[in-house]
Structures are given as C-alpha cells and as structure tokens.
Design a protein around this ligand. Structure first.
Ligand code: DP6
Length: 394
C-alpha cells in the first residue's frame, strides 16, 4: 500500500510589544476588546516562534489534533485553541466544498510542532507569537486565500495580542463594534521599513510565571476599576490618534511620550482594580527612573519604557541613540547575558545613575534582550515535522 501523503507547512511568527495597551474584554468568548491597541512587531532574529502544521490520512483519527511545544506535549483542548482550529477548518471545508478535486484535509487530525528561539526563562509572554504562528501555519497547510487581517480575526480568538503578530512593523488592532467580532481585527499602520531605526532593549526582571494572568487580570479590572472607564473612553482613543501620527511622522519624542503615558495609565487601572493588581515591582520602577535620568541627561527624549502584565521593562529607542541608552544600561548592569556589540566607546556618552537606582537594577535584572522592529510571519522550508509525520528531534 502506498504510504499516505503527509501535508506540511512551516512558518515563523514574531513577538509584539504594545505601545498602546489592550486591557479589557467586552466579550470574553469571542475575545473582543474594550479598546483598540497598537504595537511594534519585534525582530524574529531575536524572538520568534517556529511552527510546523501537518496532516495526513495516516495519522490515526483517534489521536485527534496535537501540539508539541518546545519538545513537550501541550494541551490543545482549551476553548481558545479549539476556536482557532474550528475557524480554520471551516474555511478549508468551504474550499473543499467549492472544489471537490481538493484533498479533504479539513477532516484529518492536525499535528503541530512548535519551538521558540528564546528561552522560556526570558520570562516573555510567548502566546502572541505562538497563536500567530499556529494560525498562519495551518492557514498555509490548508492553502487558504486569507489576508493577514482575516487571519488576525482567528488569531485574536486564541489570544488577543496574537492578532497583532500577523503583521510586521507598526500594527493596530481595531476594536470594532460588531457583536460577532467580524470587524475586530489588526491592520498595519506602517511597515518596519518606514521607521527601521526603532530598537528595543528588554530588561528581564523576573522569569517567574506572572502572578495574575492577563486574561483574569483584565477581567478583574473591567469589573471593579472606576478609572478604567476614563481610560477606554478618553485616554486610549487620544493615545491611538497621537501614536499613529507619531509613527507616520517618525516623531520619536511623541512616540515615547504616548508609550510611557499609556503604560502608566494601564498600570494605574491595575492599581485601581479591587483588590489591586501589581505587575511592576521595585526593579521596574528603578527602570523608569533610569529612563528618566537618560532623557534628562540627553536634554531630549531618547528612550521610552513600557511594561506588560509582568515586571520586565521594554525600552524603545532609536539606533542613533544606542550609546546614550544602551551604554548607560550596560555601565549599570555590567556583564550579564544578552548584550550585543556594546563597545567601550558607547560608555563615553553614558550616564551615571543614582546609586540607589543602579543598585536595585543591578540586583534585579538577570539578562537583557536587544532587538528592534521587524517583519511579520515568514514562510519557511524548515520543518519540525519530518516527511513521515514524526516530530523532528533537535
Ligand atoms: C498587557 O493577549 O495575553 O500585554 O486575550 O486574554 O490572551 P488574552 O490576553 P493577552 O493580553 C495582553 C495584555 C498586554 C497588553 C497588550 O499586549 O496589548
């Protein structure tokens, strides 16, 4: 008997870090947000998920859909993953119904194998890259004629922030207002090449799993914070407009101010949640003071901090300011993992931080990740599932 064909598609997908934050769901089942958000897609040379999707009539039906993540079997039974599978299968089934000559892939179990190129110990949320890669890989496996925006609708149901990882560069997630979520999708505000000088350095403060997950944290905020109404009604719409303008005009000072203000506003609504949620800690606050000292010394805004649902600081800056920004951090933190090409020359224009701040940072930051703005998902011939359907051992 001829061996059944194994169909495969592989893709990589990026991490994104929001500069106007998504925080709050108006519909938890469809994963619809209470506000629009905007992010910068980070370079996949530093941070990416590689996922191979495969299916075959030779995979036992009893096996069902499966996922191996970083070498270990992972759960695909969750409602969000199931929603992604269901949406993608429905689209494939429609193609098969319209063209009976197509192989009936929609009825076969899907095997997924996925790997991150960054250590889990980096403490970075990888769900955005993970769901974006899952959706893109299965869409390619099924040869769906779907645009990145259409796929963002599906990835959104996996994890909200994942919808923004279907694009490179500067990406907005428009909240939409349709009850069925059909207009809650991502679009590209600008290509990475529009403003390629954008850099980010992540100060990894803690690799520990976060205390309150974003999913439950944002629901507590929606339910209990009074400040939250002000944020979604006035603050975010204003920040979205100002941020899009700053990006279009490549105005770093404006970009930075909105980024810092929006992070502050998001964490203020966390503190206003009852009981309060604290994602930032003393090390995070020392990072804020360091950015302020760097900007004061430069006499203009050269760096911008932002924090997600954890204590890690992401600091945006432009390449030409590497010396002022990275030089100061390097001088403060010393030899830890993650520095790239930090020259002694860069130390010349670095700032000497207040001893207290420097001490807290030095004791609390375990590693750094240096990266910059990057591209969206990339199709690749690198497969994590072999031609016979078995996972590739690495
Ligand atoms: C603080 O996308 O992880 O990073 O939709 O429940 O999976 P779910 O939430 P998630 O939330 C991300 C929150 C954030 C801000 C942002 O990325 O916009």
């Amino acid at each position: 008997m001829a061996a059944e064909k194994v169909y495969r598609a592989s893709t990589t997908a990026p991490v994104n870090i929001a500069v106007v934050k998504y925080w709050g769901k108006r519909d938890a089942k469809l994963n619809l947000p209470t506000n629009s958000s905007l992010s910068v897609t980070l370079s996949q040379s530093d941070l990416r998920t590689l996922t191979t999707a495969s299916c075959s009539a030779s995979y036992p039906a009893s096996e069902g859909d499966s996922l191996i993540l970083n070498g270990e079997a992972a759960d695909v039974a969750g409602a969000r993953t199931q929603a992604c599978f269901r949406e993608l299968r429905a689209r494939r089934a429609a193609l098969e119904a319209a063209d009976p000559s197509l192989p009936k892939l929609s009825v076969l179990p899907v095997r997924l194998v996925s790997e991150n190129n960054f250590p889990t110990a980096a403490g970075l949320a990888s769900s955005a890259a993970g769901f974006a890669a899952l959706v893109r890989a299965i869409a390619d496996l099924y040869e769906l004629p779907a645009s990145p925006s259409e796929l963002s609708l599906i990835a959104r149901q996996g994890s909200g922030s994942a919808c923004r990882s279907l694009f490179g560069g500067y990406v907005a997630w428009r909240m939409g207002d349709a009850a069925d979520g059909s207009d809650s999708l991502a679009d590209q505000v600008a290509e990475a090449s529009h403003w390629p000088e954008m850099r980010a350095v992540v100060l990894v403060v803690s690799a520990a799993k976060k205390g309150v997950s974003s999913t439950s944290g944002m629901q507590q905020t929606v339910a209990t914070s009074g400040l939250f109404q002000e944020r979604i009604t006035n603050v975010v719409p204003r920040n979205m407009e100002a941020m899009e303008k700053a990006i279009k005009e490549r105005d770093f000072a404006a970009f930075a101010e909105v980024t810092m203000r929006d992070s502050n506003s998001f964490h203020a609504t966390c503190a206003d949640t009852y009981p309060p949620i604290f994602y930032m800690n003393d090390v995070s606050r020392a990072a804020i003071r360091a950015v302020e000292a760097i900007n004061t010394a430069a006499g203009r805004t050269v760096a911008a901090y932002t924090f997600d649902a954890g204590p890690n600081a992401v600091i945006y800056y432009l390449e030409k300011e590497t010396e002022a920004v990275v030089g100061t951090l390097y001088r403060t933190l010393g030899e830890i993992d993650g520095w790239k090409a930090v020259t002694t020359q860069s130390l010349n224009s670095s700032v000497s931080l207040d001893e207290g701040i420097a001490g807290i940072l030095k004791a609390g930051v375990s590693r750094v990740i240096m990266t910059g703005v990057g591209e969206g998902p990339i199709k690749t011939e690198e497969y994590l599932v072999a031609e016979d359907g078995s996972p590739v051992k690495r």
